[in-house]
Design a protein around this ligand. Sequence first.
Ligand code: ADP
Length: 402
Amino acid sequence: MKILVLNSGSSSIKYQLFEKPENKVLLSGIIERIGEENSQVSHKFHNEDGTYKKLEIQEPISDHEKGLKQIVSLQMDPEYGAIDSADEIVAVGHRVVHGGEEFSTPTLINEAVLQKLHKLSYLAPLHNPHNLKGIEVATKIFKGASQVAVFDTSFHQTMPKHAYRFPIPESFYLEHGLRAFGFHGTSHQFVSQQAASYLGIPIDHFNTITIHLGNGCSMAAIQGGKCVDTSMGLTPLGGLMMGTRSGDIDPSLILFLAQNLSMSVSEIDRLLNKESGLKGLTGDNDLRNILLRYEKGDSAAELAIEMYVYRIRKYVGAYAAILGRLDALIFTAGVGENSSFIREKVCENLNILGVELDEGLNNEKTSGIKEIQSQGASTRVMIVPTNEELQIVNQVFDLIGD
Ligand code: ADP
């Protein structure tokens, strides 16, 4: 059975075509700069042996509908495609950033669901409208396929009230739905399940802290396989310091910027979402470049790395206190999977939590799941590569069965 996974952003569409139940990736790719003159299509045909043939196309793609049509024609290409007709695609799994309180599981999309999702867009105005556009276009093109929404927020819906409510009058929650939701849920769920199954621990007995460090960064406290707290909040701005986002700040900073510096709401929004975090402190949001500068003694890079790590460590301490028993600390995503230096700094002097790294294992380059704690350490430290597309396709498959 062929299932297509789509991730529609504001100016890009990422896609992967899977064969289920084998979990084979047949095709994958990304269309970038939709709406601009220099749109770029990067498409891969995956061979059986893990290698792939790549096709790059530069041509203007004016909107998501044209982008998706391009994806369909690439899927049917005699040399780079894997299907003869769009009807072969049984289901399309869509990444949707915000599912609000309403959607705590992957959901088959129909007109009523679509209406509800449109209503939720006020909670994620930067993301949801583009995700919904992808759904609308895919529904027109893949007429016979089931369309399924998989939400970034769903996994965090098990958080207790005392974790997700804000200490402000209840009416803001009841009338406007203002609460913490959390994001990157697909990734936190995927890596925690992968780790539990790798270790042979039943998921409902597995306590872990997952640390997702990509451009966006978030952590989750997971007790018995269920999320009990997470660092992002109402939007993906809260929590850890990130590539361009500030993460946690004293909320009165916003009042100060408005009152004393006369900054508008959109200027503050831009400052905190796009011009803060690593970028705000160093002018660069790519941690690889910042680490190179750090090695040369660049003081801005040093402060940025110290703050980045310090904030992760504060959450590790907080989440360990919440969980009581910690089986594993899990690192994932671009930084978490690749930077032995950041992992080392996060785990430094954490013996109080039974965390002790094996330097050799931490520095050794391998792919796949790996334990990197030293022998005899009571808490495991793990690198678990995330794969949000695979998690989405698995959830779609579980929902529609065969
Ligand atoms: P996204 O959130 O866009 O999916 P990724 O998970 O791909 O992001 O992570 C991107 C981040 O990972 C970038 O900041 C990049 O610098 C960082 N990264 C990738 N490889 C390394 C590495 N070897 N060392 C340090 N950071 C890395």
